[in-house]
Design a protein around this ligand. Sequence first.
Ligand code: ADP
Length: 545
Amino acid sequence: MAVNYVDLLVLGLAIASIGVLGFLVYFHNPQSATNRAFLGFSTLSSVWGVLNYISTQVESPELSIWMWRLVIFAAVWFCFGIYHLARIFPKEQPVYGRSYTLLVLPAVSFVSLLTLTPLVFEKLKSVPVQGTIPAIQNGPLIGLFGLAVIVLVSAAVYKFVHCLFHSTGNLRKQYGLIAAGTLVTFTLLITFNFILPTGFKILTFIPFGAVFILPFVACTGYAIARYRLFNTRVVITEIFSFVIVIATLLQLVLSSSTLELMLRGAVFILVLIFDILLIKRTVSEVQSRELIEKQEKELEVTNSRLRELDKQKTEFLSYASHQLRTPLTAIKWSAAAILDKTYGDVPKNLSEPLRTIYSESALMAVFINDYLNVTRIEQGKMEYRFVPVNLCSVLVEAEKELRGSIEGKGLSLNVQCDEDRVMVWADPDKLTQVFTNLIDNAVKYTPKGTITLALKKDTRESRVLVEIADTGIGMDEATRQKIFSKFIRGENAIALNSAGSGLGLFIVKTFVEAHKGTVRIESSGLGKGSRFIIELPLLVQLGTK
Ligand code: ADP
């Protein structure tokens, strides 16, 4: 049997391309009913293309009639493949109506089985000649076969064209592509498989059915999977695979013996499988990268929205605190002035409520100050005025300010400070706030016992350590871990003193760190007291002296 190598090469490439396209689209999204329908359709096209070609090469009359029956058997399913694809596209989930399962499927199966009997192709009228179609005596049911083909293909074309005119946007573009592919394929099939053979007796192009189907498969494949198959990395892989396929195909068609043909055929199939897997892998890698990129973008959008909301919240808090501060100060000082008898004697029954007004507005002023500090920190607007500062004086000031409340609560104070001059580079107001806050906490959270203030200079390390320790309620390990974050309050603290913003330690830490220092807390546990240790660099270390 003499083989026309060019024909075989062209046909082999067309069939391989149809097969590869089918798998590519399928791997692109194996769950999609459309992609599965496309794989089914492209496989049927390839099978039909192969059978069609082989039938034109067979010279034995017995085998030839059977091969042609197989061709029309495959043709029925091929037409069904187009019909099914047209029904499903572009759905992800399959929809099988009753007419489909009760009428179309049984009818197609019945007609396809008929094609294998002499009722459709009865017998050969002429001896088969290689490369052409022999004359065939049609059976009585040939019309049924023709009807099935026409109905299935017309239904598919109608669906595509109808949807093309009734869809919009991307879907319309997809239908446009499919319609273009259909048009090219039909023009080719009608020209080469109908007009030329019947009008001009040119039968040379009959074996190339698969080549004519390729435009439809390519356009539909692209319409389904779109851009993904055409990503640069995937395209490079596809070109690489294509070159290997052509090389192995060339080897195959140039085989000089049947054994060689079989061996090279096996190699060709293996290469084809390898290529499909390679492209599948590349597509899925590209997909996961795209997914990650998409998620990153979404995350970025969410983050920037959150940042914006956070900013708005901070601005609102800052504005509200500013607005509240002035009237509150007025309330506080007015209450203080009345209690100090600036406006004359205070009736006995009013002094208690007035004291409440004073203490509550004072507490509120502290909260508002905390909020203002936090908003300034978060907006990056906190200003520091650094100057050389004697830490001992700051500590003494803070201690003086709180001595009243320490004694008022019956606590004893133990101050351990051997030095009277420890210079640091600091903002005195901020340092005062740090110590006041810590001593105030020690008083608040110590029902009885002692508060110790200690200052230790470590000249070797050029650092100074300030400790504020108490014998109060202490804290558990879990609370200790997160105590310097905003709005964190220990349960024991809430039980003892319900009023508290939970912002003081956050501000303390921020201020200390702005001074290039550190703050930490030690506590042996609940009820076992707490010890706050602040370390600051001595002025000498900073080289500013
Ligand atoms: P607030 O005192 O307003 O609650 P802070 O930020 O100053 O806010 O303190 C946060 C929490 O840290 C307190 O609620 C308390 O649980 C704990 N805490 C702070 N200082 C002490 C201390 N000296 N002893 C025990 N717990 C403390």
